[in-house]
Design a protein around this ligand. Structure first.
Ligand code: 5AD
Ligand code: SF4
Length: 467
C-alpha cells in the first residue's frame, strides 16, 4: 500500500460519502479538523486538504471533538516542530479508543521521511494513513483503503511529481488568500530538510495562476500572497518578475505579497517590478540566515554579505520605506563568536523590521547534521538571547517612527481579546489594532497610529469606515 501502488476500492468517493452519512445517522461526529504546523506552504496545503475532505462529505470544524476525520498537517523543519506534532498525534489515541470509526491522517513533511513512517506504523497504531506533500490528492484513496479494505496506507510520492491542478482550496482567512505558484526546492542549503521532503522545484503555468488570482479578486480577496518554497525562482512559461507584473496589472482593489524569496534569485527585473507597481505590497521577506560569509558558504547559500547588502540597497531605492524581514539561524555548526558578531553587525546595519530567529537544529540526512563544530546548546541559547535583545530594540525604534503617522490598513478580523477592536495589517505587513465595527472587516482603512511597540501598532481610523 505504499509508494504509488494504486489499489483504491471502486467508487471510493461515493462510498466515503455514504460512510459519512451513516455516521451522521448514528449520531457520530462528521466534521473534519485540520491541525496545521509549519510554514505558509503548509497552511495553503491545509486549505486544499479541507477542500478535498468537504467534497467527501465532512464538514469543516475547528473542534477535534466534533470531527470524524482529523488531519495533522506536519512540519519537519526543526526537531522542536516534530516533537510538538508527535505529542499532538499521541493525544488522539484516546479519541480513537472511544470512536473506532474516527479517521486519523498524518500529512505534510514529517511522513515524507521513511524513519517517521516506520515510527507511525509501529508506535501510532491508531493513525489510519499518511500523505506526504506530493500525495495530498490521494486522500480519498487512503481513506477508502482504510474503510473498505481494512488497511493502513502511507503514501510517499515521487520527488518530482506533476502538478495537480483542480484541487479547490477551502479558504478561511477572511480577505486574505494564499496562492501557491511553485512547489519544491532545488537549493539544498546544507541545514535544510525541505528539498528532501518537498522534492524538486515545479512551477505552475502562468495562465493557471492568473486565472486563480482573477477568481480570488472577484470573490473579494484583498490580500493575496503568492507562495513557493523559493517563490522568486518561479520558472513557468515566464520568470517571477514577469508573472508579478502581470498579476499587479489585474483590475481590482487588492494587494499582492509573495514568499519566501532566496537572496540569490532577486533579479534587477524583480526589483524594477516592485518599484513600479503600487499593488505589490511594500514588504520583502529575505532570509539572510547569517551575517558571516564563512557561515553562508558552509550553509551553501550562494550569496555573500556584499551581494545581500547590494540587494537591500536596490530594494530600498526602488521602494522607499519597504518593510524588510528576515530569518536567522543561530549556532550553525562552526559558527564562532566572531561569525556571530558579524550577524549582529548585519542586523544593526540593515535594520530589519522583523527577524524570525531559530536555533540550529540538525536534520537527519542533511549535510550540516554531520559537520564538525556543532555548537553547544548553552552557547546557542546565549547567542539567541543577545540577538533577540538587539532586534527588539531595533523593532521598537522603528515602531516609534510610526507614531503620529497615518497608515493604510486592511481590516482582517475582529480582535480575539476585544470584540470592539479589529486587527489588520499595513501594506508592509505590520499588525495594527484599532476600534471599528465588525462590518469593516475586508475594507482598506486609514488608521492614525497612536502607539507602537516592537510587535504591533495601536491607532484609530482617520475616518469612519465606509466613508
Ligand atoms: N535549523 C534551524 N532553522 C532552520 N531553518 C531551516 N532549517 C533549519 C534548521 N535545520 C530556518 C531557516 C529558514 C526558516 C524557514 O527555518 O531560517 O529560512
Ligand atoms: Fe516545515 Fe519546510 Fe515542510 Fe514548511 S516545507 S512544513 S517549513 S518542513
Amino acid at each position: 500500500m505504499e509508494n504509488g501502488s494504486r489499489t483504491a476500492p471502486e467508487n471510493v468517493e461515493e462510498r466515503i460519502k455514504e460512510y459519512v452519512l451513516s455516521r451522521s445517522a448514528a449520531g457520530l461526529p462528521t466534521g473534519v479538523t485540520v491541525l496545521t504546523f509549519g510554514c505558509q506552504q503548509n497552511e495553503a496545503d491545509s486549505e486544499k486538504l479541507l477542500g478535498l475532505a468537504s467534497t467527501l462529505g465532512f464538514s469543516p470544524t475547528d473542534d477535534p471533538e466534533e470531527a470524524g476525520l482529523i488531519l495533522v498537517n506536519t512540519c519537519a523543519i526543526r526537531e522542536h516542530a516534530e516533537q510538538k506534532v508527535l505529542s499532538v498525534i499521541g493525544g488522539f489515541g484516546r479519541r480513537k479508543a472511544e470512536d473506532r470509526g474516527l479517521l486519523i491522517g498524518v500529512c505534510g513533511c514529517m511522513p515524507a521521511q521513511s524513519h517517521r513512517i516506520e515510527q507511525l506504523k509501529k508506535s501510532y497504531p491508531y493513525v489510519d494513513f499518511s500523505l506526504d506533500p506530493s500525495s495530498l490528492s490521494r486522500m480519498a484513496e487512503a481513506i477508502g483503503t482504510r474503510l473498505f479494505l481494512g488497511k493502513r496506507s502511507f503514501f510517499v510520492g515521487e520527488a518530482n511529481p506533476p502538478i495537480r491542478e483542480g484541487i479547490a482550496p477551502l479558504r478561511r482567512r477572511g480577505p486574505l488568500g494564499w496562492l501557491s505558484i511553485m512547489y519544491g526546492c532545488n537549493n539544498f542549503c546544507s541545514y535544510c530538510i525541505v528539498p528532501y521532503v518537498r522534492g524538486r522545484e515545479r512551477s505552475r503555468a502562468s495562465a493557471d495562476i492568473v486565472r486563480e488570482a482573477e477568481e480570488m479578486i472577484a470573490a473579494g480577496y484583498r490580500d493575496i500572497t503568492l507562495l513557493g518554497q523559493n517563490v522568486n525562482s518561479y520558472r513557468g512559461d515566464c520568470d517571477f518578475a514577469a508573472l508579478l507584473a502581470r498579476l499587479a496589472a489585474l483590475p481590482g482593489d487588492f494587494r499582492l505579497r509573495f514568499m519566501t524569496s532566496h537572496p540569490k534569485d532577486v533579479s534587477d527585473d524583480l526589483v524594477g517590478v516592485i518599484g513600479e507597481n503600487e499593488k505589490i505590497a511594500p514588504a520583502f521577506h529575505l532570509p539572510l540566515q547569517s551575517g558571516s560569509d564563512a557561515v553562508l558558504r558552509a550553509m551553501n547559500r550562494r550569496y555573500d554579505m556584499q551581494r545581500y547588502r547590494e540587494t537591500v540597497r536596490k530594494l530600498r531605492e526602488a521602494r522607499p520605506g519597504i518593510v524588510l524581514t528576515s530569518d536567522i539561524i543561530v549556532g550553525f555548526p562552526g559558527e564562532t563568536e566572531a561569525d556571530f558578531s558579524e550577524t549582529l553587525r548585519a542586523l544593526r546595519e540593515i535594520r530589519f523590521d522583523m527577524v524570525y530567529s531559530f536555533l540550529y537544529s540538525p536534520r537527519r540526512g542533511t549535510p550540516a547534521a554531520g559537520y564538525e563544530g556543532q555548537v553547544d546548546a548553552e552557547i546557542k541559547g546565549e547567542r539567541m538571547r543577545r540577538l533577540l535583545a538587539l532586534q527588539t530594540d531595533i523593532a521598537s525604534e522603528i515602531g516609534k517612527g510610526y507614531e503620529g503617522k497615518t497608515v493604510r490598513v486592511l481590516a482582517e478580523e475582529i480582535s480575539k481579546t476585544d470584540p470592539a477592536m479589529l486587527t489588520g495589517r499595513t501594506g508592509g505587513g505590520k499588525l495594527v489594532h484599532f476600534p471599528s465595527p465588525a462590518s469593516a472587516v475586508g475594507e482598506f482603512l486609514d488608521v492614525r497610529i497612536e502607539r507602537a511597540d516592537a510587535y504591533a501598532m495601536y491607532g484609530v481610523p482617520a475616518r469612519e469606515p465606509g466613508k
